[in-house]
Design a protein around this ligand. Structure first.
Ligand SMILES: Cc1ncc(C[n+]2csc(CCOP(=O)(O)OP(=O)(O)O)c2C)c(N)n1
Length: 808
């Protein structure tokens, strides 16, 4: 029977009563499962042979390198056992997210006990031979990582970089009404900035169409080598803290067994009953107004619970000393070896595993069945559940471009319209995540079809804000990024739109998610998931209200170094290219797609057809902008990637065309940055032939780049004569100033590009020196003008292609 069936039959109360009070047999099974899990955890950390202790333990049975984390593991498996029991009683679909993912062996052990591990990896059978493999593979070369990780069945959360467990859990349950995500928060993890901010998730979770998160604060009191803040606070203060966040705080404390089983069972029953009540009321339309008070659990157990109390006369259990490997000298120290054997035997392996090493019937009786086993949950392999987006035809939002650089438009506004219709067509599987900037980023059209999600009080002055909203705005890049990760990993689609500079706040998440996707791509059983789409707007070059703090194109640096399996970077120069790129990204799977484009009115270059072709190629010659007439040997190539620098490049080419016509200039625009590297370095890398067709083999290339210049040097490494690339870009010169002053300060203006072109062209035609002087005069004129008039020169401000000639 599923959880929703219970609502229909009115059996919830009966089930909750049974859940709250396990009988002796149930406790015996629960405890056996937990002991088996602990045994397997320790086995993974220590043993390479004699997995079932059928003989006396000797140093040869011990791994040469002891790697892993014990301290958090028994608490994790204790919770796992109890959540499995809840699943058995209720039919609840559940996902288990271990914040302290360093407790990996506990989760691997759980999957093995549930059988899902052997189903995923048939060589690791659920018997003695498989157990031996399970132990040997853990934290060893050719084996599996020590954390909960991509290879761990049932996981969407590595927990290596601490802080993201709650955001992943909240993202996983958005538009996923039948799912309960239990998120174990380490008390050390709770000290991180991202985690501290993520308790606010309940202010955005609507029980009518979302699932539920049950946070469990795992207060084992210690980190790697010291106490935790929450572990040393008076319990009353901890309770008030979380009540202040809006939770119903349920507490469980102790180390006594079976007492702890009884107490946690009772508390989980209360928590689940609360969740069901909240959901039932919301789904039947009888919910009181406002945010529900969702339950959370504070679980106080000793760190390293059930491990050796003391080692060498020093207290280990209940202290930071149990964090990793509490007995480190086992191979060389017979006393430690004896303690380990005693410790392992304390779980009663002969009762837990049959003669062939498979889990005993008692242990197996504690497992849920089929897909309800958390290690087999399809929600943790979200690609299996992914349905393609029903995308509108992106051409519908095209800007009419009669000729290049003659009309201006706010490119992201067009994207906003496309996202609006994407929302409308996909009410259960698309969301925009944005740190309070949807309007600022000109994407506000989405509010025509969806409000911002908000479960706290609203006032008449609020705009587009309601519990039924599905646009996710919270002023936390960490939450936005993490929610989208959880959302996509469980099978839905979305976009994270943020100010470019503040993408660095969550850059580490981008990197970590890239690692996840990269590893997932190696595992055939992991179905591809929707890509993580990041739109960077309000860019370094146009931050009119803001200054230096808002000027930073750093995320590109992080993404271009990620593996080609996952990294994609697009710099559409105008609206039509943006629409084409966005359509491509929203259809793609398992990539990190970074799209960079400004939100301000900007010149438009290509018709929709031209944009589609240009974006499909990723880079191309803009014949109309240069004057080399398709000849093979231009004197210099002016290349560009990024909207603002594209304008400077085309303007520079125009100056050269008109004032130094005998210099043959080619203009190349790059949309897909990853076409620049060699194909062996990135799958999008253009072929050698294509590269020479664009950049020639010998001509110098003046490359105007949106980001830091070093990135282009890095990308063209290994291309013919790579040192002929002279890159202009953002060189950390910024302030609150005019748009053109920004490119001047960073030496990437049209005048700088003209001078660079002359300095690097293979020929110096007559008149070149005069033109350089002219450029310097223009720059001096600019500098005087902006200080006097506080805006750019009219011929710069209002430049459209063709006008410069008229200037004389
Ligand atoms: C962001 C981050 N900083 C530091 C670490 C290093 N680290 C690994 S485990 C740990 C202590 C974790 O303590 P807690 O969350 O309480 O977990 P538990 O005590 O249950 O092991 C630290 C600091 C990390 N993994 N991630």
């Amino acid at each position: 029977m599923s959880a929703s069936d219970l609502d229909r039959t009115g059996d919830v109360d009966r089930v909750v009563a049974a859940l709250a009070a396990p009988d002796e047999d149930e406790v015996r099974a629960l405890d056996a499962w937990w002991r088996a899990c602990n045994y397997l955890t320790i086995g993974q950390i220590y043993l390479q042979g004699n997995p079932l202790l059928r003989e006396e333990l000797t140093p040869e049975h011990i791994k040469p390198r002891l790697l892993g984390h014990w301290g958090t593991s028994p608490g994790l498996s204790f919770l796992y056992a109890h959540l499995s029991r809840l699943v058995r009683h209720t039919g609840q679909q559940a996902l288990y997210l271990a914040g302290p993912g360093h407790g990996g062996p506990a989760l691997v052990a759980a999957g093995w006990l549930e059988g899902a591990y052997s189903e995923t990896y048939p060589a690791v059978t659920r018997d003695g031979a498989g157990m031996q493999r399970l132990f040997r593979q853990f934290s060893t070369p050719g084996g599996i990582p020590s954390h909960v990780s991509v290879p761990t069945p049932g996981s969407i959360h590595e927990g290596g970089e601490l802080g993201y467990v709650l955001v992943h859990a909240f993202g996983a349950v958005m538009d996923n009404p039948d799912l309960l995500a239990l998120a174990v928060v380490g008390d050390g993890e709770a000290e991180t900035g991202p985690l501290e901010g993520s308790w606010k998730g309940i202010s955005f979770l609507n029980p009518a169409h979302d699932g539920a998160v049950l946070p469990v604060l795992h207060l084992n009191g210690a980190k790697i080598s010291g106490p935790t803040v929450l572990g040393r606070k008076p319990p009353e203060e901890v309770r008030r803290l979380f009540e202040g966040h809006g939770y119903e705080v349920l507490e469980v404390e102790g180390d006594d067994v079976p007492g702890m089983h009884l107490r946690l069972a009772a508390v989980l029953a209360i928590a689940w009953a609360s969740i069901r009540r909240i959901q039932q009321q919301a789904r039947s339309g009888s919910a009181p107004a406002g945010r529900p008070r969702w339950p959370m659990v504070v679980l106080r157990t000793p760190k390293g619970w059930t491990g050796p109390q003391q080692v060498d006369g020093v207290q280990v259990t209940g202290t930071f000393r149990s964090h990793q490997v509490p007995l480190s000298g086992v191979r060389d120290n017979p006393e430690h070896l004896a303690v380990l054997e005693q410790w392992l035997r304390s779980y009663g392996p002969d009762e837990l595993f049959g003669p062939d090493g498979s889990p005993s019937a008692l242990v197996l009786s504690a497992n849920p069945e089929g897909d309800l086993r958390m290690s087999a949950s399809p929600h943790a392999n979200g690609g299996l559940l992914t349905r393609d987006l029903d995308l509108p035809d992106h051409r519908r939002y095209a800007v009419d471009v009669p000729a290049p650089a003659t009309v201006r438009a706010e490119s992201t506004r067009r994207l906003g319209e496309m996202l609006r219709d994407t929302y409308a067509a996909n009410p259960d599987r698309f969301r925009l995540f944005c740190p309070d900037e949807t309007n600022s980023n000109r994407l506000g059209a989405v509010f025509e079809v969806s409000d911002r999600a908000f479960m706290e009080a609203t006032t008449p002055a609020d705009v587009a804000l309601s519990p039924s909203g599905r646009v996710m705005e919270v002023l936390s890049e960490h939450s936005c990024h993490g929610w989208l990760e959880g959302y996509t990993l469980t099978g839905r689609h979305g976009m994270f739109a943020t100010y470019e500079a503040f993408a660095m706040v969550s850059a580490s998440q981008t990197v970590q998610h890239g690692k996840w996707l990269q590893e997932a791509s190696k595992l055939p059983w992991r179905a591809p998931v929707p890509s993580l789409n990041i739109l960077l707007t309000s860019t370094a070059w146009r931050n009119d209200h803001n200054g230096f703090s808002h000027q930073g194109p750093g995320l590109l640096q992080n993404v271009i170094v990620q593996r080609g399996e996952v990294s994609r970077v697009y710099l559409p120069p105008d609206a039509n290219c943006l629409l084409s790129v966005a359509d491509h990204c929203l259809r793609s799977r398992s990539y990190i797609n970074v799209i960079v484009i400004d939100k301000q009115p900007q010149l438009q270059w290509l018709t929709m057809d031209q944009a589609a072709e240009h974006c499909a190629r990723g880079a191309g010659v803009w014949e109309w902008a240069g004057n080399d007439d398709g000849r093979e040997d231009p004197d210099v190539v002016l290349a560009c990637a990024g909207d603002v620098v594209t304008m400077e490049t085309v303007a520079a080419a125009q100056i050269l065309r008109e004032r130094l016509p005998s210099l043959r200039v080619r203009v190349v625009n790059v949309v897909d940055l990853m076409t620049l590297p060699r194909r062996r370095d990135h799958p999008h890398g253009m072929s050698d032939t294509q590269f020479s067709e664009l950049f020639t083999d010998r001509a110098d290339v003046v490359f105007a780049f949106h980001g830091y210049p070093g990135a282009v040097h890095q990308l063209v490494h290994g291309r013919p004569h790579a040192d002929r690339f002279h890159v202009r870009g953002f060189v950390e010169e910024g302030t609150t100033t005019t748009p053109f002053d920004m490119v001047v300060r960073n030496r990437a203006s049209r005048f700088h590009l003209v001078m660079d072109a002359i300095n690097n062209a293979r020929r110096t035609p007559p008149g070149a020196t005069d033109l350089k002087r002219w450029c310097e005069d223009r720059l001096a004129e600019h500098e005087a003008y902006v200080v006097e008039h506080l805006e750019d020169l009219p011929e710069v401000r209002d430049w459209v292609l063709g006008d410069w000639a008229a200037e004389g």
